[in-house]
Write a protein that binds this ligand. Structure first.
Ligand code: NAP
Length: 290
């Protein structure tokens, strides 16, 4: 029987655990963790993500601050705002919601964030520390996937794990975490748009983590019976039956793949809710350290 990995329920459990820890900190005279977010412009997806992050802060008992700017903000003004948050002792951690308008160099903004407050884990210092197994803020999506695998007692050590996608925020850090001795301890293969043997690699995988943004890309003929499937993809596809006019589609052909595998994440309700939850965990970690 296929095991549906319920990211929504797991995230709710973790948020309750975080809230209990926060209330204990406050009861013993400590300060509430404080997450700040910078949102530039009015991109629909970014607005939703940031709104959900603010709601998650409330659920965890955190203080939150949302700083909004129009999309004509200059790069220098944005860097100044980052500097203010770096220097603000009340803020434990902050994020700059991506993507940023074209005239702003995203990498420059990421590198301006104090690594001790970089709860997204995108700063090269955190990426490098994570890569060599030192304590670091770990990018929320891969961290959430590892947490889901652990909480569902899915064995990863010595397993063959195929990761589809090599982005800086998902594929690359996921591959690092899955290969590390104190992480997944798996044998990892990363495939991307120039991998000719991608289907063959998938067919041999015990675990497939798909993060490419191509709806229903992973089909039943690519999956070994009994494999574990983690679907990171969230692509908006038009759906006139929905009020919003779209629905979210994963990278996996869920209907035909689910009956084959031992465990699978749905979209939505799988990896997505865990991502925000891990941002909360990182913020709690920042608050403990500050
Ligand atoms: P990205 O930066 O666009 O990277 C996509 C990766 O997939 C690239 O490495 C690309 O290869 C590879 N790829 C694209 N088409 C491919 C194909 N036909 N065959 C093989 N590889 C292919 O995307 P991302 O930011 O990692 O996000 C991936 C997906 O996850 C998106 O749907 C995104 O919305 C979703 N996501 C979800 C969450 C969540 O919390 N649920 C968080 C982050 C992202 P090249 O490197 O060769 O171009």
């Amino acid at each position: 029987m296929v095991n549906l990995i319920d990211g929504k329920a797991t995230a709710a459990t973790i948020k309750a655990e975080i809230k209990a820890e926060v209330e204990a900190i406050v009861a013993s005279g400590g300060k509430r963790p404080h997450l700040a977010a910078i949102l530039v412009g009015h991109d629909g997806g970014s607005e939703t993500y940031v709104k959900n992050k603010v709601l998650a802060c409330e659920a965890c008992g955190f203080e939150s601050t949302l700083l909004r700017f129009e999309d004509d903000i200059t790069e220098q003004k944005l860097l100044d705002e980052v500097e203010k948050l770096n220097a603000n002792p009340s803020v434990d951690g902050f994020i700059v919601q991506l993507p940023l308008p074209k005239h702003i160099d995203e990498q420059k903004v990421i590198e301006a964030i104090d690594p001790r407050k970089d709860v997204d884990g995108f700063h090269p210092v955190n990426v490098g520390r994570m890569a060599i197994g030192l304590p670091a803020f770990i990018s929320a999506t891969p961290k959430g996937i590892l947490e889901l695998l652990r909480r569902y007692n899915i064995p990863t050590s010595g397993k063959k794990c195929v990761i589809l996608g090599r982005s800086n925020i998902v594929g690359k850090p996921m591959s690092q975490l899955m290969m590390q001795k104190n992480g997944g301890d798996a044998t990892v293969t990363v495939c991307h748009s120039h991998s000719p043997q991608l289907k063959d690699e998938c067919r041999e995988a015990d675990i497939i983590i798909a993060a490419i943004g191509r709806p229903a890309f992973v089909t039943a003929d690519m999956v070994k019976p009994g494999a574990v499937i983690i679907d990171v993809g969230t692509t908006r596809v038009p759906d006139p039956t929905r009020k919003s006019g779209y629905r979210l589609s994963g990278d996996v052909d869920f209907e035909n793949v689910a009956p084959l595998c031992s465990a699978i994440t749905p979209v939505p309700g799988g990896v997505g809710p865990m991502t925000i939850c891990m941002l909360m965990q990182n913020t709690l970690q920042a608050a403990r350290q500050s």
